[in-house]
Design a protein around this ligand. Sequence first.
Ligand code: ZN
Length: 198
Amino acid sequence: MDYYSSHINRLIEQLSRLPGIGPKSAQRLAFHILNLPKEQVGQLTDSIQNARQNIRYCKVCCTLTDREICPICDNPSRDHQVIMVVENTRDLAAYEKTGKFNGVYHVLHGAISPMMGIGPDDIRIKELMTRLAGNVREVILATNSSLEGETTAVYLSKLIKPLQIKVSRIASGVPVGGDLEYIDEVTLLRALEGRVEL
Ligand code: ZN
């Protein structure tokens, strides 16, 4: 039974495709949007479209950015010999928020997951290995402590160790399966400082 017009239904359907948005939240968001002044709705849709159109992957670290090379990779005062490997740009942002990491990052855009059919070639490992041909002192594996994150860390350490580059893993203490972005800065800092060499 259709209670709403097809326009409203379509909006609800689109919103319910977003992660973490169930049918009820989608409905609530849809009606919230419909009650906004037209001008504000325009700003919302413009910002979504602009972000999508202007965003690309940094040529060096693969993070999402609107430049060819992101501001972190482009910053000469950062230590480019220390690379922290994270699963996504949100994790990078979480570490940046601590303000205590002065190295650079590499963003994998995912983690190895045999169950989901995601293999090493499906994430940005090749790009990482290319970077390691340069002058790199340490690679810090900061993937999540989920099964996928651990699998990825083990896989990477096996790949990198023969290159005579120091490989370390952030300390456990980061809750299992917890997305890094939801962890507070103190926990992140402790995980970073307590990292162990593999
Ligand atoms: Zn970058």
